[in-house]
Design a protein around this ligand. Structure first.
Ligand code: GTP
Ligand code: SPV
Ligand code: MN
Length: 592
């Protein structure tokens, strides 16, 4: 096959990698329908993918990963900066020279008898000033077909790149999917990613977490912008105007759900709408008018399947009805469709579960779908996709929202006093772990800005970068910063807030605060809503006045314990910004 570019830096890098992995042939991905169809057919012929019912789910496919390869592996993810200090205390670090040597030994000859696919892709609309280009080499058709959905792939990407050397190098080798030799390595100084021995999403779709967060966060620090683990939504109010909100929640903590929210009935009737710009990643930079603007660098959704249903997230479900790849869900053999826990109350009786074993959905203790099973769906499928999705200039941000899963402590919502206090609020985020990464689930851990697994450099420098960004903004134009918690539980372990569509009630308060339309109570941790300002119309049966009060309460004795935890966490950082140290002192004084 002919090369799709004459860019010397691209060709020489690819040739080096061909010498290393020794593919039988090389195929450049141009993203044409014809090529995609041929790859789908080939993947089905080898069993790598299963073609689903084309009447009910046109152009949809099912894939099962290896049983030992179902989530991101944070323990095997490395930031290979020149020094350990540059990676910081929250990242695994490996010396770049040692890492290359080890990875090349694993990758050597690993494409023998296989095809190398060359995927040129753009993160962000091709040609936008926000956008960045990457090239991923992979020996997996599954990766190619996912990247075609998740990013902009094809010849126009290489045209936009021209002769530039500014592109991110990505090498993925499936090898033997050996857990012991699985490594996800980022080399921020070299714009390079190497991923070996995995076939799972976040480990191998290199445009996503590896590039758009780990490498891009480092690029952003050097170039004066930000790469964040944030959804972007547009909230349309009855006046027809749309305000944009970016929100950072850790993995499997509700970004996709919030980004596609359908307002409660009363709000909907009054003209409230939510438009989805992005569900996972934001690239943010200052616009000419002095406000912050965000784009979603992705082109699709790699969403959590379990729990997605007609009630919880009809827009996500609708997005998966065509052109979607399902990974590790149950296969309904009766009608050749898919099923997962929480889709409906009728598990298929004649099915295959995510590991590939027969499953009747009734008697088994086993789940049909893995808790981190996913759908890869084109963004254009989403009924509430924003008209600004392709806008190369992004959307202006009114509010930044942090949040996590906290059964106790964190109130439903509170607002920071100013930008720097908001950075502090983001830096002390903590959340219960989920199935999105391998390891224990439900353990509270610090996850600053939901970036703990994704920050490509020293987290203390990342916080300083946040402070610097704020210092460059007119406070009047800077987004206001909030924290939310949809996951507070009562003593019986029940969620105290209905969540999902009803989260709009909180977003509405947030926008009112941004526009100075509503008062708030100042507490030790920031501004908390007056109970009367959270509209409970339609959910009075679910949330009593007493319960709302409890949801909005700030328990000073619990915050004292929290401060001890924050101090311990901050103690890891030699380069902790003085601003954050001062914010912590303020919090301590406030809860005395
Ligand atoms: P990643 O794709 O891993 O980054 O996850 P995400 O942040 O997009 O999370 P997602 O929206 O997929 O939600 C993950 C899980 O949280 C699903 O099981 C949802 O059902 C559940 N969830 C989302 N929003 C809410 C909410 O408001 N309340 C409750 N109780 N659960 C929610
Ligand atoms: C996450 O874990 O935050 C995800 C899924 O969005 S993955 O692409 O696997 O990282
Ligand atoms: Mn995510």
């Amino acid at each position: 096959m002919e090369n799709m570019t004459s860019n010397k830096s691209v060709l020489s890098w690819i040739n080096e990698k061909i010498d290393l992995v020794k593919p039988e042939k090389v195929v450049w991905i141009d993203g044409t329908q014809e090529q995609i169809e041929a790859l789908r057919a080939e993947a089905c012929s080898t069993g790598e993918m299963i073609k689903l019912n084309q009447e009910l789910l046109p152009d949809c496919y099912l894939h099962r990963t290896a049983v030992n390869d179902v989530a991101r592996v944070e323990g095997r993810t490395f930031i290979c900066a020149p020094t350990k200090e540059e990676a910081g205390p929250t990242n695994n670090w490996m010396d770049p020279a040692e890492a290359y040597e080890m990875l090349y030994a694993i990758a050597k000859d690993s494409y023998k008898g296989r095809t190398m696919y060359v995927i040129p892709y753009s993160m962000g609309p091709v040609g936008s000033k926000f956008s960045k280009i990457g090239i991923e080499l992979t020996d997996s058709i599954y990766v190619v077909l996912n990247m075609v959905i998740m990013t902009r792939v094809g010849t126009d990407v290489l045209k936009a790149l021209g002769d530039s050397e500014d592109w991110v190098r990505g090498l993925h080798c499936k090898c033997d999917i050996d857990e012991e030799k699985r490594y996800i390595c980022q080399f921020p100084q070299d714009n390079t990613i190497i991923s070996v021995n995995s076939g799972y999403g976040g480990n191998v779709l290199l445009g996503k977490k590896c590039f758009a967060l780990r490498i891009a966060s480092y690029q952003g620090k050097n170039e004066g912008w930000q790469a964040e683990h944030m959804l972007i939504l547009g909230l349309q109010k009855p006046d027809g105007e749309i305000r944009y909100i970016c929100a950072a929640f850790p993995s499997a903590c509700g970004k996709t759900n919030l980004a596609m929210l359908i307002p409660p009935e009363g709000y909907y009737k009054n003209g409230y709408r939510v438009w989805c710009v992005g569900d996972d990643i934001s690239w943010i930079r200052k616009g000419e008018d002095g406000r912050l603007y965000a784009i979603n660098p992705e082109n699709g959704f790699f969403g959590v399947a379990p729990g997605t249903n007609e009630k919880s997230n009809p827009n996500a479900l609708a997005s998966t009805r065509k052109g979607t790849i399902f990974t590790n869900v149950a296969h309904n053999l009766d009608d050749n469709t898919v099923w997962w826990e929480g889709l409906d109350k009728n598990p298929p009786a004649n099915a295959v579960e995510w590991k590939g074993n027969p499953w009747n959905g009734q008697e088994s203790e086993e789940k049909g779908a893995h808790p981190n099973s996913r759908f890869t769906a084109p963004a254009v499928n989403c009924p509430c996709i924003s008209s600004e999705f392709e806008n190369p200039d992004g959307v202006p941000i009114s509010a930044i929202v942090f949040g996590g899963r906290r059964a106790k402590l964190a109130p439903l919502v509170y607002q920071s006093r100013d930008w720097n206090h908001g950075v502090f609020v983001g830096s002390i985020m903590a959340s219960e772990t989920t199935a999105a990464a391998s390891g224990a689930v439900g353990v509270v851990r610090r996850d600053p800005m939901a970036m703990l697994p994704f920050c490509g450099y020293n987290m203390a420098d990342y916080w300083q970068h946040w402070i610097n960004i704020g210092a460059g903004l007119d406070p009047e134009k800077a987004p206001k910063i909030f924290n939310v918690n949809w996951f507070r539980k009562d003593d019986e372990g029940n969620f105290m807030w209905p969540g999902f569509g009803d989260n709009l009630r909180v977003l509405d308060w947030i926008i009112d605060r941004c526009e100075g339309k509503v008062e708030a109570d100042e507490t030790a941790i920031g501004y908390v809503p007056k109970a009367a300002d959270i509209n409970l119309e339609g959910i009075e049966d679910e949330v009593s006045d007493a319960q709302l009060k409890e949801l909005l309460s700030v328990d000073v004795s619990l915050w004292k314990d929290e401060v001890a935890g924050i101090e311990e966490f901050y103690g890891k950082f030699d380069r902790l910004p003085a601003t954050l140290k001062a914010e912590l002192e303020t919090l301590k004084a406030n809860i005395k």
